[in-house]
Design a protein. Structure first.
Length: 276
């Protein structure tokens, strides 16, 4: 009796920080990627003392060791997609960019600057380095409204603001941009995907909950996982389809949140595929 080997899953290499509370960062990335049926490898850039109420401390990993983690993964397992998250030092940004420069791989850049709790995770003088070395080379960049404002140096609140911000990011070099509207205040959450072919607006009802810690990490990694799955099946990357599926997943995960902690709680990353 012959047995058929399982199909090789899509692979995502995540370069980001660790969240000791498990709701964001590397921990959310791994859970989100696995939920898309893809395989996650990691290069950890920082350790955080963090919970649902905020970030109490950060210890950065030496940049050279981050580069060593990346090389170790690529030399053996390889990857289909790169996803970057928290890079809190200029030297870290420069090292990661230098290590990735020779790779011809799609890169999803989550420009982690402002946490859900409002904590700043990237110093002002490091924003230009992140933009020049990674954001401007991204296959997809995924800022929330405050991050889009910091990157474009203008207020980003309305759908027209989001379109202008996306245009600015793409003119500077990004292939596509997803401006996330979760920080808005309306009844509907509007997320704008800007592609080379035009704009796509995704709308869904805002869920009244405090459990939104790690939504940005979760969404960017879900998109990366979807893209990796497409690539592993020799299918050209379809950002619209990947984003649409990832947004549905995040919406379900927010609804399935386990209600942990006293602050902004984590999502329910293991939400079933058919959950409503």
């Amino acid at each position: 009796m012959s047995t058929q080997s399982p199909a090789t899953p899509g692979r995502v290499l995540v370069i980001a920080g660790s969240d000791s509370g498990g709701g964001a960062g590397i921990q959310a990335d791994i859970k989100s990627i696995m939920a898309q049926g893809a395989y996650a490898t990691t290069a950890i850039t920082a350790l955080t003392a963090q919970n649902t109420q905020g970030v109490q401390d950060i210890m950065n990993v030496p940049p050279a060791f981050v580069a060593r983690q990346i090389s170790s993964v690529l030399d053996d397992i390889g990857t289909d997609v790169i996803k970057t998250g928290m890079l809190s030092q200029r030297t870290m940004i420069e090292q990661v960019a230098e290590t990735l420069m020779a790779l011809d791989l799609p890169m999803v850049v989550d420009p982690v600057m402002v946490a859900t709790s409002g904590d700043r995770l990237l110093a002002e003088d490091n924003i230009a380095a992140l933009q020049d070395l990674l954001v401007n080379h991204a296959f997809l960049v995924t800022p929330n409204l405050p991050e889009a404002s910091l990157l474009t140096r203008r207020d980003v609140d309305t759908p027209d603001d989001m379109k202008r911000a996306a245009d600015t990011l793409m003119t500077a070099g990004a292939h596509a941009a997803l401006i996330k509207g979760g920080h808005g205040t309306g009844r509907l959450v509007c997320d704008l995907l800007a592609l080379q072919s035009g704009f796509e607006m995704f709308e869904h009802e805002r869920i009244d909950t405090r459990n939104t810690h790690g939504t940005g990490c979760t969404l960017a990694s879900a998109i990366a996982g979807q893209l990796a799955g497409q690539i592993s099946r020799d299918t050209p990357p379809d950002l619209k389809a990947a984003t649409e599926r990832a947004l549905i997943y995040v919406h379900r995960a927010i609804k399935a949140a386990p209600d942990l902690g006293q602050g902004n709680g984590p999502l329910g990353h293991h939400v079933p595929e058919n959950a409503s």
